[in-house]
Design a protein around this ligand. Structure first.
Ligand code: AMP
Length: 175
């Protein structure tokens, strides 16, 4: 079962990057190409919606975001940290489980009415996803599904985005 496989491979790193945070390190998953394929398969299997584009959040959303887009045969649009995108951007600032951040997206790449699959490696407080949804909505596109490798259910991020996103996929939820 994919959930247990992921949980066996994901490493808990205490006090990283700050004291009190238990960091879920997903990099061991990337060492195994079979597991990587199984992860993409599991996302695709659970995705019931037609999507026009995959958007994912820097940095760890870029591991599987482009793989998902390639498999779905749709474009991939990166959401990046402030100052990384060279074109005209729109931005949004938000609080993280640790610190705060501003994310940006190129203006005009997402077309009005497009259906978006939003991806990140992990959802904690939901701040990153809420900010991403805001950027996507400002371009009059719609998040029809959100897909995560990991959800920290005890931090209420999933609950927070539930009324914004019709379908939430989490391969490894931690209660
Ligand atoms: P949040 O905005 O609180 O939902 O945080 C999600 C973002 O922060 C994701 O991009 C994660 O990569 C990262 N993140 C937050 N908490 C953790 C954690 N405990 N372990 C690994 N990554 C985390």
């Amino acid at each position: 079962m994919i959930e247990q496989k992921l949980k066996n491979l994901i490493r808990d790193i205490p006090d990283f990057p700050k004291e009190g945070i238990v960091f879920k390190d997903i990099t061991p998953l990337l060492l195994d190409p079979v597991v990587c394929r199984e992860i993409v398969d599991a996302f695709i299997e659970q995705l019931d919606e037609e999507v026009d584009v995959v958007c994912a959040v820097e940095s760890r959303g870029f591991f599987f975001g482009p793989m998902l887009a390639a498999r779905l045969d749709v474009p991939f649009i990166p959401i990046r940290k402030k100052g990384k995108l060279p074109g005209t951007t729109i931005s949004y600032s938000y609080d993280l489980e640790y610190g705060s951040a501003t994310i940006e997206m190129h203006n005009g790449v997402l077309k009005p009415g497009q259906k978006v699959l939003l991806h990140d490696d992990l959802i904690a407080t939901g701040g990153t996803v809420m900010a991403s949804i805001e950027l996507i909505k400002r371009q009059r596109a719609e998040v029809v599904a959100a897909a995560f490798l990991v959800s920290l259910e005890f931090l209420d991020g999933v609950k927070q985005i539930r009324n914004q996103v019709p379908h939430i996929i989490s391969l490894a939820p931690y209660a």
